[in-house]
Design a protein around this ligand. Structure first.
Ligand code: NAD
Ligand code: UDP
Ligand code: UDP
Length: 325
């Protein structure tokens, strides 16, 4: 039985970069938040400021094991997102995406909760269609170093859609494109955190390949707003599930990695030099979301420019480096 009117929301991966921002926003919106995380790539520091809030609860748990709790909504974010983290223990990465999805879908089925999956632009692999629309099936290597992540996330999407068709679950599959901001881990190896930490330390900026590959970077606040709008989409007529997705969520402004490096140097006033390292295997050459569907369906589009978002992220990393943590 539910006594309080507060919505009970489960965020798996809630101690990670995106998860901690999502928990913060849900608490501000008056929800009871249950954060589940095994601290594989997330940290207690990311959520330390909510501990003590009576509407926040942290549970140390690995989503590859069953979880029995009572909730109204589930955001399934648990999964390491940076290539060095997800390739460190690739079998665990696939288990997290696949067994984690099965358990969270089983939980959603029992509790009749709405469930949002944090899928990824990696389902498009090294795309042959540009920009990527949701209708594109992707170009993914099934046996490479990135496959544990890409194929794990693809299989999770399959499970979400089969639970939707077979059991009538109200699912939301969001395909997230590169997102950055405060609380990214300084050592997680993703390009924005690497470049900012290198620039602030006046160390060489490591460009992989020739730096001409592209990405489209979304600031975290814009991304979280997209999650919430997607989850809030009304259910269908007669209590039928709402629109399941997939929906691309990202910023369509595309930059080469070299342009990103140059902008970080300019904004930090750094003395760092660009140095070139080999391109990792299967590194996608270009990536840009087509967000027409999100604009139409959610009335959503990012409004924080790369320059503004980078300035905020640089401010965060300056404080982290100063504190030595
Ligand atoms: P992150 O690594 O900071 O967060 C992931 C969180 O999941 C961490 O706190 C980690 O400890 C936790 N986790 C990992 N395995 C777990 C398990 N088995 N059980 C419980 N918790 C587990 O990464 P992020 O950038 O915050 O990404 C969050 C989600 O969004 C991921 O699912 C990721 O695939 C997806 N995503 C992120 C981006 C991006 O650019 N940030 C892009 C596409 C998709
Ligand atoms: N599950 C869970 N919490 C729940 C309900 C189910 O973690 O509240 C897990 C459980 O491990 C189960 C999986 O979700 O194996 C899939 O559940 P489902 O009901 O779809 O299948 P079944 O129980 O028949 O395996
Ligand atoms: N990259 C880079 N230098 C770095 C880290 C990454 O040039 O120090 C490149 C990487 O090869 C890729 C792009 O930046 O082409 C984005 O990498 P990231 O790991 O952030 O995300 P993903 O490849 O998953 O989009």
């Amino acid at each position: 039985m539910k006594i309080s009117n507060r919505k009970r929301v489960l965020v798996t991966g809630g101690a990670g970069f995106l998860g901690s921002h999502l928990c913060e926003k849900l608490l501000k919106d008056g929800c009871d938040v249950l954060c589940v995380d095994n601290f594989y790539s997330g940290t207690k520091d990311n959520i330390a400021h909510f501990v003590g809030n009576p509407h926040f609860k942290m549970m140390r748990h690995d989503v590859t094991f069953p979880l029995y709790v009572e909730v109204d909504e589930i955001y399934n974010l648990a999964c390491p997102a940076s290539p060095i983290h997800y390739q460190f223990d690739p079998v665990q990465t696939t288990k997290t995406s696949v067994h984690g999805a099965i358990n969270m879908l089983g939980l959603a089925k029992r509790t009749k909760a709405k469930i949002l999956q944090a899928s990824t632009s990696e389902v498009y692999g090294d795309p042959k269609v540009h920009p990527q629309t949701e209708a594109y099936w992707g170009h993914v290597n099934p046996i490479g170093l990135r496959s544990c992540y890409d194929e794990g996330k693809r299989c999770a999407e399959t499970l979400f859609f089969d639970y939707h068709r077979q059991h009538g679950l109200d699912i939301r599959v969001a395909r997230i494109f590169n997102t950055y901001g405060p609380r990214m881990h300084p050592n997680d190896g993703r390009v924005v955190s690497n470049f900012i930490v290198q620039a602030l330390s006046n160390e060489d900026i490591t460009l992989y390949g020739d730096g001409e590959q592209t990405r489209s970077f979304c600031f975290v606040d814009d991304q979280i707003e997209g999650f919430l709008r997607f989850m809030a989409l009304p259910t269908g007529d007669n209590g039928q599930p709402g629109f399941p997705g997939p929906v691309n969520l990202g910023n369509p402004c595309e930059f080469t990695i070299r342009q990103l490096a140059e902008l970080v140097i300019e904004l930090t006033g750094s003395k760092s030099k660009l140095v070139f390292h080999p391109l990792p295997v299967d590194d996608p050459k270009q990536r840009q979301p087509d967000i027409s569907l999100a604009k139409r369906l959610l009335n959503w589009e990012p409004n924080i420019s790369l320059e503004t978002g980078l300035k905020r992220t640089i401010g965060y990393f300056e404080s982290v480096l100063l504190s030595g943590s």
